[in-house]
Design a protein. Sequence first.
Length: 264
Amino acid sequence: MDSYFETYNLTKVYKTPNGDAVIVKGFDLKIKKGEFVCVIGHSGCGKSTVLSMVAGLSEVSDGAVILDGKEIDGAGPDRGVVFQSPCLLPWLTTWDNVMIGVKQVYYHATKEEREQIVEYYLAAVGLSEAKDKRPGELSGGMRQRVGLARAFALSPKMLLLDEPFGMLDKLTKFELQQVLLDLWNRERLTAMMITHDVDEAIYLADRIVMMTSGPAATIGSILEITFPRPRDRKEIMTTDQYYDYREFLMNFLEEKDSEIKEAA
């Protein structure tokens, strides 16, 4: 396949008093431009470690990360990152938390152009009325909306999401999944999302990457999701295909869970 993003033999090793601890080993993945990929696996299997290396926030022990033909070396605005906790600056307003990145990326733009970008993305996530509020005045879901607006406003080459809705209640999670999909459908950013939620992965992804259990976790299987876009949650959940996908993913996770228990 033609790849816009690729990891080659991606490996993470930590030095410990008892020797090397291999967290991720030989993680090889290719993603097409505009593709949405979810990565699932048991807690502690190395999902977030992979994303951290891709984001340039954690050093690669071996292998390489290639984005748009260039090897990644450190963090950069070409990757928009949304974490489980949105990491907003508490003394800045919603507007300023988005603007701070826009100023760095669009430094050649006029003040009016930058303001239009911030205004557009705050409206896109439904926060126009909350632009003057600080993070402490926002709910968890609203703070995560700011995180999404901030990431998309950078016009990154790749969107990286590390369980962004994992701490939200079910209703808010569904709302934010839709906000994310609406934004993604408009801009079709190449995306990698870490999640432990099988249903979330089926709803959002073009492909789901299943990681083996650690240590030395790697890709165990990849499932292609063929539902057409845009997707309607209720509609796809009435299909047999949805439950076939779900059964396949749950069986994989249960098999890995058994391996963990046997190794314990």
